[in-house]
Design a protein around this ligand. Structure first.
Ligand code: DGL
Length: 257
């Protein structure tokens, strides 16, 4: 069983990428809708939310947990690994995506949440293996709300998106990492403003490096269970735009207290 979590519907982009890659398993997805957005929270808050999620996955019998969330990969992966590595294997996004930029010479743009950009996790992880990499990180926190509330065609949202894309274009970025799992949903809009820029989804890079491990415990057919910490109905509504959620999302017991 593979657990995936995010603050909301963003991590469904990771689940989608995994299933499109032909990996079949029993999937359990947790959307922390009570605490969304993570990008404006402190490290201590995110650590407390994600510890509960790890314990929930362990209780459910998951063999591994994919952190389908850049913000928690940036801030708390090391803490979670130290606390839970004897019980569950944890895969963070940023740390697995970074090695793919080993030989990158062009300027790399990163769009991410407030907390991810503040942590400089992308710069930290990429320069570990490519010390001369030139990385421009840009906070795009409002994209999370645009996706969660489906505000794609709202003129104010479009202005905000255009401003952010222009900034990275002016910084000479030829490639932009979608440093938040909510952002792949906005690629068609980004492309309108920057048709020549390559937008890179780190989930696809993570999957490339771990797919052999994930294929080991495969099932014949996939099964899906969706849990949230509040409002299952609106999770289903906005999530269904991105993933075929047939099963009714449930409110997780630990989140009820
Ligand atoms: N989708 C998450 C990420 O990748 C969290 C976004 C948020 O809740 O602010 O960072």
């Amino acid at each position: 069983m593979i657990g995936l979590f995010d603050s909301g519907v963003g991590g469904l982009s990771v689940l989608k990428a995994i299933t499109e890659n032909g990996i079949k398993d029993d999937f359990i997805y947790f959307g922390d809708t009570k605490n969304v957005p993570y990008g404006t929270k402190t490290k201590d808050e995110i650590l407390s939310f994600t510890k509960d999620i790890m314990e929930f996955f362990i209780k459910k019998g998951a063999d591994c947990a994919i952190m389908a969330c850049n913000t928690s990969s940036a801030l708390v992966y090391e803490d979670l690994r130290k606390k839970f590595s004897d019980k569950i294997k944890i895969y963070p996004l940023i740390q697995y995506a970074a090695p793919f930029f080993k030989n990158e010479k062009e300027t790399i743009g990163v769009m991410a949440t407030n907390a991810t950009v503040k942590s400089r996790a992308y710069t930290r992880e990429i320069t570990k293996i490519n010390p001369r990499a030139n990385i421009v990180e840009l906070e795009c926190q409002k994209f999370v709300e645009i996706v969660e509330k489906m505000l794609y065609s709202d003129p104010l949202s479009l202005n905000y998106i255009e401003e952010k894309v222009e900034y990275l274009k002016n910084a000479e970025c030829k490639k932009i990492i979608l440093g938040c799992t909510h952002f792949p949903y906005l690629v068609p809009v980004f492309k309108k403003f920057a048709p020549d820029i390559e937008f890179i989804d780190p989930a696809k890079l993570l999957i490339k490096s771990i797919q052999k491990e994930l294929f080991v415990n495969q099932s014949e057919e996939s099964s899906f269970e969706f849990y949230v910490s509040s409002d299952p109905e609106s999770f289903k509504q906005s999530g269904s735009m991105f993933f075929d959620i047939k099963e009714q999302p449930k409110l997780a017991e630990f989140a009820k207290v």
